[in-house]
Design a protein around this ligand. Sequence first.
Ligand code: GLU
Length: 513
Amino acid sequence: MSDVPAVSHFTGGTPTVRTRFAPSPTGQMHIGGFRTIVFSWLLAKHGNGQFLIRVEDTDRNRMVEGAVENLLEGLRWMGITPDEGPGVGGPVGPYFQSQRLDHYAYYAAQLLASGHGYRCFCTKERLDELRAEQQARHLPTTGYDRLCRALPQEIIDQNLREGKPFTVRLKVPLDGVTMVPDILRGDVDFQNKTLEDVILMKSDGYPTYHFANVIDDHEMGITHVLRGDDWLPSAPVHVLLYRAFGWQMPIFAHVPNVMGNDGKKLSKRHGAEPILFYRDNGYLPEAVINYLSLLGWSYDDKTDILSVDELIRSFSLDRVHTSGAIFDLERLRWMNGVYIRAMSLEQLAERVLPYMERPAAEGGLPDTIKRPINREMLMRVLRLDQERMKTLADAAQLTAFFFEDELAYPPEWLIGKGLNAAQARDGLQRAYATLADSPEWEHAAMEARMRALAEELGMKPGPLFMGVRVAVTGRKETPPLFETMEVLGRERSLARLRDALAKLEPLVSAAGA
Ligand code: GLU
């Protein structure tokens, strides 16, 4: 039997709540995985306990470089600080399974000694043939035929002397039922005859998921195992392992997987992206946490805006449902907008600045606009746009015209509906004179004067205002026109109107020719 591993199991007293998220670093995790993280973290924090990250990196062939860093970066952004795990350490580390091989070897030896496990010397070739044959015969269950389960001791000894490689398999009871107690679903029964003698230790000394997962959950003192319900079929194997070792089981909660709105597994098609996508596109971590917390859990039947503190205070497993949760990007955008509108202008400015000051190619303001952005001006501008923003990244596009020196737009836009070029030019000229004469640069006063002008000219205000709007913003859609002009200031607004008049002139001549 191998030596007792250097670090034994959790000794931090009676654990209150210890939860973990146990990613396999086989790719970028999308937002569905983060929902399970949010649940596990909230449960731990609600119970004044600890939340751990444990990296299940035992499948060396499927490892993806950078996957762990990516996950940790996502957690940092969300403000979820694991109490233990990679980069933080903790009393029951290491937190990478590849660094815990001595633990698994130790317990594999125990299972062999107690007869709950057995060595399997079957070669890969034999197992491949077996599978092909089972498939050809369309057997309802395929899987290992348990050839080595009854191997006589002298054959085992001889194989070991010859140095034949072997795996360690679980000796699953041949009949009866294994019951998985799931706190969300009640007791779920599995017929033992449908279970395979799964491999626990591979011939290279690495454990499989089942084995390492159970040992680590035990050693790390995990009290609640939360994971997607696609793991439910693995749970009877875990239950058998806990029993074989005589260990107390954690509470299992197989939470509903997150689906797209077509009821299928979440994917990019549904707008589900890796978590950092949401950071880069101006989502607020507090909104993302709030949104994810409601994918499979509810506070009551109506409340949907809950701060992180409120979530921690109120999260419990008895309001987790078992029906699938649907990811809906539009709803997340809506929720993000609610959080944006709840911010003070100072807060909003603080948070949009990094997005706006990115290079244009990354979604920031046009590169021609000088950085840093004037904060005072930004706050005045944001007051007009806050209502319409769904993400922090929207700010660059919405506000660019306030900061630009020169506007680029097709001059035809200056010609309001139902007008010809000359009428548009005349209207704009009169508008310029009216505004330039305004003693005060205040939106309500400007609007009143401009409405009076439209009446005097016998024009509808719409087409007249459109010319002014395009002139001062370069756009057809803007926040309220006169408030926009007030923020932009007298000088800049009038200069832009002069530019517009110059742009219109060639159109007037062309039409007259
Ligand atoms: N490593 C597994 C995964 O990638 C962990 C499942 C579990 O939480 O037991 O999801």
